[in-house]
Design a protein around this ligand. Structure first.
Ligand SMILES: Cc1cc2nc3c(=O)[nH]c(=O)nc-3n(C[C@H](O)[C@H](O)[C@H](O)COP(=O)(O)OP(=O)(O)OC[C@H]3O[C@@H](n4cnc5c(N)ncnc54)[C@H](O)[C@@H]3O)c2cc1C
Length: 419
C-alpha cells in the first residue's frame, strides 16, 4: 500500500557515488533515508580520473551539489592520438572536462546530512517479506526499512546474496593507473600532454592520459595532476603474482597501491620504457601513485527483487574505455529517485519501469566497453586474431570513440543542446 515519503524509510548500502547521489535526491524529496558505508571515516580518492560525460553535472546538481562543470575539473579542448615513438598521429577539437572521483564524492557527501551517513557499517546479509526489508550488519545490529538499495559496488554483498550466479568476467587484460604531480613532469612532456586528452598506442598495448585537479582539488597551473591508464594483456593465471605483496599476502579483490610488490612495479616501469610513448613512460616513472585493476565485465539479469534494488557498479560494471561508471551510477540514482517519488512508495509496483530502462542502459554500456576493448582482448588469442585486431585498429577512430558521449538509451538531447 502506498505510504507517505516521511513514513517511508529507505536503506542505502554503499556510500560512494551511486549511494550518495540517490541519498541526496531522496532526502531532498522528504524520505527517511540512511546510507551505510563499510569504510570508516571520510573516503580517500581512488587515483581515478573521471570524464564529465553528458548528464553527470545535471545529476550532481539535482542531488543538491552546488557545483558547475568549470569548478569541478580541468577543461581540455583537444584530443590527440600518440604513437609509440611519441609522435602525434592525429589531433581533433574535442572539448571535455576531467575531474576526480574524490572531487565528486566530496561534493555529494558535503550536502548529505552527517547524521544519516553511517560509516564503518558493513552489511552482511538482507532479508525481506511483503511488509519490509531488514539489513543485518557485521557488528551484530539490524535495521528495518521499506526499501533497500544495494549501491555496494562491483563485489556487492547484497547482489551476491540475491544472484550468486552473477560474477565478474575477466577478459584478459589489466589497467595500470598512474597519477603524477603536474610539477613532476618534464617541460617537453608537459607541453605535449598536459592540455590535451591523449589516446596512445603501442604494439599490443593501448591507453589514455589526461590532466585532472590536484590532490586538494586545485585547478591552478602547476598544482594539478596527470592521470594515466595503460591497458596491458595479462593471462588470468598471471594475476595472482601481481596481487601478491612483498610479504607474500595475496589480495584477491584488489591490492592497495601501497602494498604493490617492488618487483612488479619495477617490471612495469621497465616495460613502459621499452614499449610506450616516451612521454607516457615518463609518467610511470615520476608518478606519486601507481596501481592496477583487472578489467572486468559484470552484468545483472535483474535489478529489482521485491523491496531490494541494485544500482551502480553493483548492477553493471563496464570496462573503463567507456568512462561511464560514474555517469551511469548517477543516472541509475536519478531514475530510481524519480520512480520512487512519483509513486509515493508503492514499492514493488513502482519499480518495474525503472528496471526495464536501466537494464537496457547497463547492457548497452557493458557491450560498448567490450567493443572498445576488443583490441586488448585479442592480445592473448591466436596470432590470426591478433593480426586482425592490429589491422582493424585505427588510431583516429579509437581517439574519437574512447570515453566519448554515447547514447546508452537515455538520450543525448541535453548534451547536444549544450554543445
Ligand atoms: C580504479 C578505478 C578507476 C575508475 N575509473 C573511472 C573513470 O575513469 N570513470 C568513471 O566514470 N568511473 C570510473 N570508475 C568507476 C567508478 O568509480 C564507479 O562507477 C563509481 O564510483 C560509481 O560506483 P558505485 O557508487 O556504484 O560503486 P562504488 O564506487 O564501487 O562504491 C561502492 C561502495 O560500497 C561500499 N560497500 C561495499 N560493500 C559494502 C557492504 N557490504 N556494506 C557497506 N558498504 C559496502 C564500498 O566501500 C564503496 O564505498 C573507476 C573505478 C575504479 C575502482
Amino acid at each position: 500500500m502506498p505510504i507517505s515519503s516521511r513514513e517511508s524509510r529507505i536503506l542505502i548500502i554503499g556510500g560512494s557515488i551511486a549511494g550518495l547521489t540517490l541519498g541526496n535526491l531522496l532526502h531532498r524529496n522528504g524520505f527517511d533515508v540512511h546510507i551505510f558505508e563499510r569504510t570508516p571515516g571520510h573516503m580517500e580518492g581512488r587515483g581515478a580520473g573521471i570524464t564529465m560525460l553528458p548528464g553527470l553535472i545535471e545529476g550532481l546538481q539535482a542531488a543538491g551539489a552546488d557545483v558547475t562543470e568549470a569548478e569541478l575539473g580541468v577543461h581540455l579542448p583537444v584530443r590527440i592520438a600518440l604513437g609509440n615513438q611519441g609522435d602525434i598521429l592525429a589531433e581533433r577539437t574535442f572539448p571535455q572536462t576531467m575531474t576526480t572521483w574524490k572531487r565528486l564524492y566530496d561534493a555529494l557527501r558535503g550536502v548529505f546530512p552527517a547524521d544519516r551517513y553511517h560509516d564503518d557499517k558493513t552489511v552482511q546479509r538482507v532479508e525481506q517479506n511483503e511488509a519490509r526489508v531488514t539489513a543485518f550488519f557485521t557488528d551484530g545490529t539490524e535495521l528495518h526499512g521499506d526499501l533497500l538499495v544495494a549501491a555496494d559496488g562491483l563485489r556487492s554483498a547484497v547482489r551476491t546474496q540475491l544472484m550468486p550466479e552473477v560474477k565478474p568476467v575477466y577478459p584478459g587484460y589489466i589497467a595500470w593507473r598512474c597519477l603524477a604531480d603536474e610539477s613532476a613532469l618534464s617541460s617537453a612532456t608537459h607541453a605535449t600532454l598536459f592540455n590535451r586528452y591523449a589516446v596512445w598506442f603501442a604494439p599490443g598495448q593501448q591507453g589514455i592520459g589526461y590532466a585532472v585537479p590536484g590532490p586538494d582539488h586545485a585547478l591552478v597551473p602547476g598544482k594539478r595532476q596527470y592521470n594515466m591508464v595503460w591497458y596491458q594483456p595479462v593471462p588470468e593465471a598471471g594475476l595472482a603474482r601481481l596481487l601478491t605483496d612483498d610479504d607474500g599476502h595475496y589480495h584477491p579483490n584488489g591490492i592497495p597501491p601501497t602494498a604493490l610488490s617492488r618487483t612488479v612495479l619495477a617490471e612495469m616501469m621497465a616495460r613502459a620504457t621499452d614499449l610506450l610513448p616516451p612521454q607516457i613512460a615518463e609518467v610511470t616513472r615520476v608518478a606519486r601513485t601507481r596501481f592496477f585493476q583487472p578489467i572486468l565485465d559484470l552484468q545483472s539479469p535483474r535489478l529489482v527483487h521485491g523491496r531490494i534494488v541494485v544500482i551502480g557498479d553493483a548492477a553493471f560494471t563496464a570496462r573503463p574505455h567507456v568512462a561511464a561508471g560514474v555517469p551511469k551510477a548517477t543516472g541509475d540514482a536519478l531514475a530510481l529517485a524519480k520512480a520512487i517519488h512519483g509513486n509515493r512508495g508503492d514499492y514493488p509496483a513502482c519499480l518495474q519501469a525503472f528496471e526495464h530502462t536501466r537494464l537496457r542502459v547497463g547492457r548497452t554500456m557493458v557491450g560498448r566497453g567490450q567493443y572498445l576493448g576488443a583490441y586488448m582482448e585479442a592480445q592473448l588469442k591466436s596470432e590470426a586474431e591478433r593480426l586482425a585486431a592490429e589491422t582493424a585498429r585505427d588510431p583516429e577512430r579509437v581517439m574519437l570513440e574512447t570515453a566519448a558521449p554515447f547514447d546508452y538509451g537515455e538520450g543525448l538531447a541535453d548534451y547536444h543542446a549544450r554543445n
